[in-house]
Design a protein around this ligand. Structure first.
Ligand code: ATP
Ligand code: MG
Length: 228
């Protein structure tokens, strides 16, 4: 296993809408270094979410290849892809995607692999880490947006994934909540996780080791920290 955690080669995603074809990603190729913090920027519609969904194995390309932690993903069955996703990838969405009828603790435990009692202990520790130990038994509707997103961060970390993907994670949050989510992602990064964040927000661009810029499904800029 080398220093690459994600590799995409010629990745192409098209959507067919009303007889038209939209090219959301156009033969995209790049590698992500293990342990790096990568920010993806680009105008609305440039393909950021599509790219994160492909890397997160939530959608699949028509053309091209994707390796996650050395595993070539195109030949995986649905069950194998789900296993890679559960074990290696944590995903954070703009709109939190918590289940409304479950408590914060239950939401964090939900994707856990292995022993339930051990998972609950890890979930409590993660809720404590994100500052929500005293909110464990509240449902999403009884939490602020910022709190819900911190629950979602805890959920993304429950299986200790090597890769943390976040799609506009602070798009619905105020500046203060944004800082808290940023700090959690930075802490995960310090603990060795690879973090990839798509966002319009400046705060991620400032802390990232590398900024990729998409335009119309193509990579038009790729800056490492030293050259910025
Ligand atoms: N499910 C879909 N069906 C059809 N077209 C889609 C679908 N999802 C995205 N697209 C199109 O693909 C292109 C890329 O969309 P994508 O959501 O990846 O952009 P984005 O960079 O995340 O934008 P934003 O900053 O607004 O979140 C856009 O032209 C969009 O309209
Ligand atoms: Mg998007």
């Amino acid at each position: 296993m080398d220093g690459t955690i994600v590799e995409v080669a010629n990745l192409t995603k098209r959507y067919a809408v009303g007889g038209k074809t939209i090219v959301a990603l156009d033969h995209l190729s790049f590698r992500v270094k293990r342990g790096s913090f990568v920010a993806i920027q680009g105008h609305s519609g440039s393909g950021k979410s599509t790219l994160l969904h492909l890397i997160g194995l939530l959608a699949f390309p028509q053309v091209g290849q994707l390796w996650i932690d050395g595993v070539e993903t195109a030949t995986l069955s649905e069950a194998e892809a789900a296993a890679v996703r559960a074990k290696k990838i944590g995903f954070i969405f703009q709109s939190f995607h918590l289940l409304a009828h479950l408590t914060a603790l239950e939401n964090v435990v939900l994707p856990a692999l292995g022993d339930v009692a051990a998972a609950e202990q890890r979930a409590r520790a993660l809720l404590d880490q994100v500052g929500l130990a005293d909110r464990a038994d509240q449902r999403p509707g009884e939490l602020s947006g910022g709190e819900q997103q911190r629950v979602a961060v805890a959920r993304a970390l429950i299986n200790d994934p090597v890769l943390l993907l976040a799609d506009e994670p602070t798009g619905n949050l105020d500046a203060e909540s944004e800082q808290l989510v940023l700090q959690e992602l930075q802490q995960a990064h310090r603990h060795g996780k690879t973090v990839v964040v798509a966002s319009h927000s400046e705060v991620f661009l400032r802390v990232a080791d590398r900024v990729l810029t998409l335009q119309a499904g193509r990579l038009i800029d790729d800056k490492e920290e030293v050259t910025r």
